[in-house]
Design a protein around this ligand. Structure first.
Ligand SMILES: [Zn+2]
Length: 81
């Protein structure tokens, strides 16, 4: 699940419209990581692999804070990433 440059630009455009001020911790510039990640949903302490949410990672270039955005909400089809 890797993003090409057009997909990464689509995410940047989305974030510029919906997330004000860059990094939510320090206001620094963020970059979009090349690959999607998928946090797993856990229920009742069960640590077995379960359903997940394909997510885009935005990393602050100043403080390193990482933010996750649901891929389908920011315009990325996980099947084509
Ligand atoms: Zn930051």
């Amino acid at each position: 699940m890797a993003l090409d440059q057009d997909q990464k630009q689509d995410v940047v455009d989305y974030l510029q419209k919906h997330v004000q001020g860059g990094c939510t911790a320090c206001g620094g510039d963020i970059r979009i990581e090349d690959h999607l990640v998928m946090p797993q949903m856990l229920e009742d302490g069960n640590t077995q692999m379960g359903a997940g949410i394909p997510s885009v990672v935005a990393t602050c270039e100043d403080c390193g804070k990482m933010q996750l955005f649901a891929a389908n909400v920011v315009g990325i089809d996980p099947q084509n990433a």
